[in-house]
Design a binder for this molecule. Sequence first.
Ligand code: FES
Length: 138
Amino acid sequence: MVSNPDTQQSIDRDYFLCCLSDLEDLQTIELTIADRQLFAIRQDNQLFAYWNSCPHMGVPLNWRPERFLDLDRTFLQCSSHGALFQIHDGECVAGPCVSDHLTVISLKAEGDHYFISANQPLPAPLINLRAAAMRDLD
Ligand code: FES
């Protein structure tokens, strides 16, 4: 059965993400499930995954594919207003949403293969600010 992404509430099955060995340290990978974007980043032989939605305004963090880090490659950074998030837990440590968190995605590993686990809630669809602004002009 094919799910309708507009009404789907949770992840319907496990989704293969990547092999940890495919990524270098601090390399990110993106994936879309039910029209929601997520990303994962490798740090110190661990993989951390988050929905690609800034808690400040609900927009994607990155403006270029697979580019999520600040210039020092220490924090995840939102390209809209510069919020900085810790890689290991998604907590915002600087910017307009300090102490808010990126939404963590549960992963499961089978050896080197990592999967997005089924049965976790899907976030609200991303806000398309450009489309909203165009609607406001109508
Ligand atoms: S939308 Fe991310 S810091 Fe404002």
